[in-house]
Design a protein around this ligand. Sequence first.
Ligand code: KG4
Ligand code: ZN
Length: 343
Amino acid sequence: MNILGIDTSCDDTSAAIVADGMRVLANVINSQVKLHYPYGGVVPELASREHIRNIVPVVDAALSQASIEMKDIDAIAVTVGPGLAGALLVGLYYAKALSAANGIPLIAVNHLEGHILSILLEDDHPEFPFVALTVSGGHTSLYHVKALGDYTLMGQTLDDAAGEAFDKIAKVLGLGYPGGAIIEKTARSGQKDIIRFPRAYLSSGSFDFSFSGLKTSVSQFINKWNQDEDMQKKISIADIAASFQEAVFDVLVDKLVDARKQTGVKSMVIAGGVACNNLLRQRLTQRAEKGIKVFYPRPSYCTDNGAMIALAGYYRFMNNEYADMSIDARSRFPITDLKPLAS
Ligand code: KG4
Ligand code: ZN
């Protein structure tokens, strides 16, 4: 059973072939980082145009890497949302065209479900139920994952995503874009306790997040630091990066650990671009109590990729949940709205 998975929700054009819901035969990702670099963030119009240029070669490359042809594909799974509307439309309409021209069933996939299930692409993965934190440039959400298709949203960011905060702070520090990996690298030589930036825990027991206050506080600190040579002698860029990173991870790890305790599950999963961060992985592993396991997908399954979409599509395909040609892209698509996708 070969599923072609396509994702064009943001700035990566990706296509993958996954066999039997577990074996990744190909996972091709065309990153647009260089294109958006001068703007310090994703420019939606440019992203859509770049997806149009790349979608055909990316799907062809996936087929060729997997050494199969379109006639060997059993279903085409495509992200319909959430994401940038113009970007989503490119993948969705190419998937529709392939489906119609080749008589292959079309499966609509929620991008967030892809991130939640991405851990199942790894041999070492948890049994249901587990708690999952999806943390990227577009989302920061905490789920109680009870079974396939049965997800309770426990909390989410009320403003910026954690990855967005990394990107913004890297930009203010003049480190470039995207910020996550650069901040991680810069922070390695810094002292994490030198500046105590605010941690937004919100109300007691809340699993929601907020990073806009932290973003503002760090930006204001950097503005002051830029104008004060004495401060620059005492505090380095690495110190600022390390202290910022610590403030983000304290909250992420605390809330994920608390969510695990509240649900009583035995496994914690982190996924999404920010889950590439080695310090976050370490912190979470250190905090896991005896008998509790921590799982994270490899980096190429953390950042946006077609393999997680093919995998999520596989389960919907097995459940006979096909999409018809009238399906539209949804820039907002809460995971609780998954059911209406079934025809
Ligand atoms: O999942 P992803 O590729 O795209 C979205 O769906 O947003 O995530 C990209 C985000 C960016 O904000 C990037 O700065 C962040 O993930 N990121 C990281 C790291 N690598 C990527 N954040 C922290 N540490 C990293 N090593
Ligand atoms: Zn994503």
